[in-house]
Ligand binder design. Structure first.
Ligand code: 2AM
Length: 201
């Protein structure tokens, strides 16, 4: 085992929506030449906290802390919808699908609990900002290839929606960098076990 593991914590996107996203990537491919697309399958996710290199001997404690933070949360629904890019569609470096919900508070609370658990384990996430998204691909530009302007594409696709899904688990992943991009492997799955409080009328 390596001495340290590039680690992040995320909500996996369920397969039925992942398959729709993979088909969408194929539709978009001709309009975003030179993009490195996220591999389908288990790779689609909403990153909640990127921790960077964690000493491998600390991983089991970290996973326990994450499970402790996630357990009390109740399941909630999210929807995958719309297209946008970081830092902006005019000079895109990350092309992503958006995340919406009737109420985003449960997602924010879950993320906050995980950030606190990771920090208490000694691994605070490197970025205090949180903009929930699913990365679809990373457009590449260099001296020979100027960045593509995706402003029109993003506008055209703003109403695209992929249905909602219930968030039932949070996964701690190892990310391994390779020549064809990163590959992700689940280290631990933590289930949301809180009881849903029924609305009273
Ligand atoms: P993403 O969520 O926009 O795709 C593993 O690298 C995951 O952690 C990716 O999903 C990646 O971006 C996210 N991530 C967040 N901050 C990162 C950083 N500073 N370096 C690498 N990946 C980061």
């Amino acid at each position: 085992m390596r001495e340290s593991t590039r680690t992040f914590i995320a909500i996996p996107i369920p397969d039925p929506i992942g398959r729709q996203l993979a088909r969408w990537q194929q539709e978009l491919a001709s309009e975003v030449p030179g993009c490195r697309w996220t591999e389908g399958g288990c790779a689609f996710h909403i990153t909640l906290a990127f921790l960077g290199d964690v000493p491998s001997r600390d991983l089991s404690n970290l996973c326990l802390a994450v499970a402790g933070a996630v357990g009390p949360s109740s399941r909630f629904d999210l929807q995958v919808a719309g297209l946008d890019a970081f830092p902006g569609p005019g000079r895109p470096r990350v092309l992503w699908a958006g995340i919406t919900a009737d109420d985003l508070a449960p997602l924010q609370a879950l993320r906050q609990a995980i950030v606190e658990a990771a920090a208490q384990s000694g691994y605070p996430p490197d970025d205090p900002r949180f903009h929930p998204h699913v990365t679809l691909g990373r457009p590449r530009s260099d001296r020979k290839r100027p960045p593509v302007d995706l402003t029109d594409l993003v506008r055209r696709e703003e109403r695209r929606a992929f249905g909602s899904f219930a968030v039932t688990e949070v996964v701690t992943y190892a990310s391994t960098l390779g020549p064809d991009g990163p590959t992700y492997a689940p280290l631990n799955r933590a289930r949301l076990q809180g009881k849903k409080t029924e609305a009273t009328h």
